[in-house]
Ligand binder design. Structure first.
Ligand code: ADP
Length: 260
């Protein structure tokens, strides 16, 4: 518990710092990127334009990093609603398949009844996506990612019950030393060009804010399973029946089919 407290205080401090720095940094990047693009005239010789291309690439990479920092500091408002984890996972599975590529097969193992929680949909999606992208990165030669949901066991009245979301992979797994640091902001084993070390720190923050907890099971060569426990929403069936299903993109644009 002390460890958890220490971690969350650290997260809060880093989050506040990150939010402030990221905002200013973003403005500077816009100038750098804009000027590099202007200077990169098509008449320059090939050597020069390669330099400008590098500059643009670096600016884009920095922009992506800043975006992650902003997300990490969670400046966006929280919109809490009653959600069925099964529905959220199903709605996301197409995007997951595209994102994880051909070498990774995505499987879902869903509880046979709605798994209701009360939380922010985009935060939940971010948790699933971050865990799934890490799973992909741990399987350079391909493999399987299994996203699952579990309804809580029966508990005595009044005892808290947790719905469970799992993301499991058949990848490299982790040593105990790595496992002990993965939720630390900026911890990464992917090298500075690929990793930011903010994915799991963000996941940790979101889960904590939602009143849940996250556990990891992993060993070198044996793959990794992340288990996210979220407070179970008891008023389930009746509330869900009244909650309209998420509207499709076409409906949102006034009922006409649109190509994106
Ligand atoms: P990043 O992905 O930018 O490295 P994360 O915070 O998402 O940052 O992850 C931190 C580290 O945790 C990764 O660099 C990796 O070493 C380890 N890790 C996370 N998920 C997995 C996984 N599914 N399998 C193996 N290692 C993992």
């Amino acid at each position: 518990l002390e460890e958890q407290l220490r971690q969350s205080q650290k997260m809060e401090a880093v989050g506040r710092l990150a939010g402030g720095v990221a905002h200013d940094f973003n403005n500077l990047l816009t100038i750098i990127r804009g000027n590099a693009e202007l200077l990169r005239s098509p008449t320059e010789d090939a050597g020069d334009s390669a330099l400008f291309d590098d500059l643009l690439l670096a600016a884009d990479r920095a922009t992506a990093l800043v975006r992650q920092l902003l997300m990490f500091s969670r400046r966006q408002p929280v919109r809490v609603e009653v959600l069925d984890l099964n529905e959220v996972v199903t709605a996301l599975s197409g995007l997951l398949r595209r994102l994880l590529g051909e070498r990774v097969s995505v499987e879902t193992v869903l509880a046979p009844v709605p798994v209701t929680v009360r939380t922010d949909r985009s935060h939940l999606e971010q948790v699933i996506l971050n865990l799934a992208v890490n799973a992909r990165d741990a399987m350079p030669g391909g493999g399987t990612v299994t996203v699952g949901t579990v309804v809580p066991e029966r508990a005595p009245p009044g005892a808290p019950r947790f719905a469970q979301l799992t993301v499991a992979d058949t990848g490299t797994g982790m040593t105990d030393e790595v496992k002990g640091q993965i939720f630390e902001p900026f911890f990464t084993t992917k090298g500075p060009d690929k990793g930011t070390g903010l994915g799991l720190a963000t996941v940790f923050g979101i889960v904590e804010q939602a009143g849940g907890r996250i556990k990891v099971e992993s060993a070198p060569g044996a793959g990794t399973t992340f288990r996210v426990d979220l407070p179970w929403w008891e008023g389930s069936a009746s509330v869900l029946a009244r909650t309209p299903a998420p509207r499709s993109l076409a409906e949102r644009r006034g009922g006409r089919a649109v190509s994106v």
